[in-house]
Design a protein around this ligand. Structure first.
Ligand SMILES: Nc1ncnc2c1ncn2[C@@H]1O[C@H](COP(=O)(O)OP(=O)(O)O)[C@@H](O)[C@H]1O
Ligand SMILES: [Mg+2]
Length: 145
């Protein structure tokens, strides 16, 4: 589920600083960054009703390959990271050649970074459930690319 989408159309352990090593200089995208930040700041219905939100905020950055989706997400993460005391976790969901990374592998990688033991031979569903539980009791920013 996605709370905010930015679409360009044509165009070891959680890291607490948020910055990706070797992060390049970033230019422009002021409007997209503003929209994403505004959405994070916006109170949802649960917040307005005084209830804790039952789920995490999901922001989606969509666009053509090479259009700057990763760069925008990294820029946003760099700005937001200090608000997430348990750090930033990143996972690649596709191989460099474009093939999807198996769910089991992505989930195991994230659990490992969180220090949560993953049972040998566990299926994707079990691992993603463990991951949801681990994230529910932490304040982490997850960047799925
Ligand atoms: N706003 C930006 N400022 C500076 N460099 C950028 C910006 N957006 C993209 N780039 C650069 O353009 C290239 C492609 O961007 P990238 O984020 O990898 O695209 P995508 O993730 O959509 O495939 C990268 O080298 C990236 O560093
Ligand atoms: Mg990318």
């Amino acid at each position: 589920m996605t709370d905010q989408a930015v679409d360009f159309g044509g165009a070891g352990g959680a890291d607490r600083s948020g910055a990706r090593p070797g992060r390049r200089r970033f230019y422009g995208r002021a409007r997209e960054l503003k929209e994403l930040r505004a959405d994070i700041a916006r109170a949802g219905l649960d917040t307005l009703a005084g209830r804790p939100s039952p789920r995490a905020r999901v922001l989606l950055v969509a666009g053509r390959p090479g259009s700057g989706r990763t760069a925008l997400a990294e820029e946003l993460v760099g700005d937001l990271a200090r608000g997430y005391r348990d750090g930033v976790l990143r996972a690649r969901l596709t191989e460099p050649g474009g093939e999807p990374v198996p769910v089991e592998r992505a989930a195991r990688g994230l659990l490992d970074r969180l220090g949560v033991p993953a049972p040998a031979g566990a299926a994707g569903d079990e691992l993603t459930q463990l991951l949801r539980e681990a994230c529910a009791e932490r304040r982490v920013l997850l960047l799925l690319d």
